[in-house]
Design a protein around this ligand. Structure first.
Ligand code: CA
Length: 154
């Protein structure tokens, strides 16, 4: 899958990118609101991993005044873009989770999180988005389990 990772923290971003790439995903990593807007306007992604506290531009130190990941999410949904979004953030209060989900997120994962859980949530969200609840994909006797990446032939 092609993923857009929106995360301004270098350590978290590079770690997440490495893990997701090792699982076979193509990862575009952007670190500020301006770059995320540009990527979402010009490219299409299978899923977006979205941090909430983000600078307006990579060279600005402070968080964007008034604009954050929620702003991006609302803009995306306002354009009727249905790309699945998982919010990854340190904001873990129930009110923050509710705001994220009600703004159009498909899932909400507070930091710090377990990487295996993130992978499972990515699989679950893309499964729902694709309209199939079955975790194992079957076609013409070939079975693919995305969790284990095992392919078997009946
Ligand atoms: Ca952040």
């Amino acid at each position: 899958m092609r993923l857009l990772l929106v995360e301004d923290d270098r350590m978290i971003g590079s770690g997440l990118r490495a893990v997701l790439q090792s699982e076979g995903h193509a990862v575009d990593w952007v670190r500020d609101i301006r770059s995320a807007r540009a990527a979402l306007a010009s490219e299409s992604f299978d899923l977006v991993l979205l941090d909430l506290g983000l600078p307006e531009a990579a060279d600005s130190v402070q968080a964007a005044p008034g604009a954050d990941g929620i702003t991006l999410l609302r803009e995306l949904r306002g354009r009727r873009n249905p790309t699945p979004v998982i919010v990854i953030t340190a904001r873990d209060a129930p009110e923050a989770r509710i705001l994220g989900l009600d703004s159009g997120a498909d899932d909400y994962l507070p930091k710090p999180f377990d990487l295996a859980e993130l992978s499972a949530r990515i699989r679950a969200v893309t499964r729902r988005h694709g309209g199939h609840a079955q975790p194992v994909l079957c076609h013409c006797g070939v079975r693919l389990d995305p969790a284990t990446r095992q392919v078997t032939l009946d």
